[in-house]
Ligand binder design. Structure first.
Ligand SMILES: Cc1cc2nc3c(=O)[nH]c(=O)nc-3n(C[C@H](O)[C@H](O)[C@H](O)COP(=O)(O)OP(=O)(O)OC[C@H]3O[C@@H](n4cnc5c(N)ncnc54)[C@H](O)[C@@H]3O)c2cc1C
Length: 416
């Protein structure tokens, strides 16, 4: 029964089912045992030591590391008609094992989708094989700065809201100065997509460009690894660009990069919601196991009605998130006009509902739920990260209303 309530198997193609199953096996046989045994590694303050190389190598072996890379470069190309739905299925399965590991991997998928669309062919020929051949190769997508992040997608298309990171045209390329913060894989990626202002006189939708930046570029500095509350096996970083020169062919999109980033963000928000779902599914699994075995007041916990009610609420929230995420993923695959609104709905709804699921999980574990070595509090910490990733809840809501009512929403915020 448990499987039927929480399984994502229904309606999958044979290929999707097989991928989900091999990913589930990898999580059950490798990831979960590793996390249970090495729970203290999460707290190492040496980022390089947190996740051993074998875990990414294992992900590589089951074929989930290079999704989104074109087949001609050795990647695993999914059926385009259902690509985003497949991303969601696999992201959920990995996050069920560890949400930080899922973060690490999905950045590669999301940036691959961007590169296959906007990078010149000779750079695809260079970087995709590097990614395919090196299981430790990670990519990062750098938008957020100390003075602006997801609010950049609000209707404030004005010069004052532009990125502070500036790229200035030079002979044969661009010189970039600025800094980015809170970047997934920022600490240990090999290849970065960096957004910078290229025209300070216009709104950011007309004056932001994106660049491909290899880690060894002169003037590129990784300033720090952020120590996060959850998803700790992904090393979030901050980087500084000091007179960093990138050649002309590394320009991915000139001036209209924010609009073009939709190819990254639409699947990206589905993947966010799906990872979040994986955390919720794991919370439900460990909790339903606990309440059917742990005896209190002379009975196993589930026989106490208050406990049973919480479990019902957890399952309902998980299914509601799954339904919305799946509907939004279908809309992205179909390039439907409502896709923009739906992906933001799925992303923010998942973050709020799964946080409550994780809270119930901790509550039903009582004191054990607060003990690091028991492992349940980790799910609450991981769930707490999602409201702030890929846009805050409030900004996501703004974006939904802006998609639904483009003529009027947010107009009060600018000049008449
Ligand atoms: C684990 C993690 C991974 C991340 N990975 C990446 C990544 O890979 N790449 C990347 O570019 N970024 C990344 N981010 C950054 C993330 O997208 C931002 O943290 C998020 O968009 C919020 O921006 P901020 O932190 O600057 O918050 P702020 O913008 O400072 O927001 C603070 C509060 O003010 C509200 N607010 C801000 N502006 C407005 C406004 N105009 N109107 C109304 N309310 C407003 C927000 O909703 C929020 O409640 C990551 C963040 C985390 C935590």
């Amino acid at each position: 029964m448990l499987d039927r309530v929480l399984s994502n198997d229904r309606g999958l193609s044979e290929e999707q089912r097989m991928m989900a199953q091999s990913c589930r096996d990898f999580v059950d046989e490798v990831v979960i045992p590793f996390i249970r045994k090495n729970w203290a590694l999460e707290w190492s303050m040496v980022p390089e030591q947190r996740l051993p190389k074998e875990i990414l190598e294992g992900a590589d072996q089951v074929g989930i590391r290079t999704l989104g890379v074109p087949e001609e470069f050795g990647g695993i190309e999914l059926d385009k008609a259902t690509e985003v739905r497949t991303f969601a299925i696999i992201a959920e399965e990995i996050a069920r094992g560890d949400s930080g590991l899922a973060d690490k991997l999905v950045q590669n998928w999301k940036v691959s989708v961007l590169l296959r669309q906007f990078a010149p062919r000779h750079l695809q020929e260079k970087w995709f094989p590097e990614l395919v051949n090196n299981p430790q190769f990670l990519m990062a997508h750098c938008l957020t700065e100390p003075r602006g992040a997801s609010d950049r997608w609000l209707p404030y298309n004005v010069p004052e809201a532009a990125m502070q990171t500036r790229a200035v045209k030079a002979d044969g390329g661009w010189v970039i100065n600025g800094r980015k913060q809170f970047i997934s894989n920022g600490y240990d990626a090999s290849l970065y997509v960096v957004y910078a202002n290229t025209n300070p006189k216009v709104g950011m939708l007309q004056g932001t460009s994106s660049f491909l930046v290899p880690r060894d570029t002169k003037g590129f500095v990784v300033a720090r690894c952020n120590e996060t509350l959850g998803c700790r096996f992904m090393n979030n970083g901050e980087m500084v660009f000091e007179d960093m020169f990138v050649p002309d062919d590394h320009l991915l999109a000139e001036n209209d990069a924010l609009g073009k980033a939709g190819v990254y963000f639409r699947p990206g928000k589905i993947i966010q919601a799906a990872k979040n779902l994986g955390v919720g599914v794991r919370a439900f699994e460990v909790t339903s196991d606990y309440v059917q075995n742990y005896v209190q007041g002379g009975k196993i916990l589930i026989k106490h009605q208050a406990v049973a009610l919480r479990l019902a609420e957890m399952a309902t929230k998980i299914e509601a998130v799954r339904a919305l995420t799946s509907r939004a993923a279908e809309a992205v695959d179909a390039n439907a006009p409502e896709a923009d609104a739906l992906v933001n709905m799925a992303k923010y709804f998942a973050s709020e509902e799964i946080l409550k699921v994780a809270q119930h999980a901790c509550e039903l574990h009582g004191g054990n739920g607060m003990m690091l070595d028991f492992g349940v509090e980790k799910l609450l910490r991981d769930a707490a990260i999602f409201p702030h990733m890929d846009g805050t809840v409030d900004i996501s809501k703004f974006k939904i209303v802006k998609s639904l009512f483009p003529q009027t929403a947010g107009k009060y915020a600018g000049p008449e």
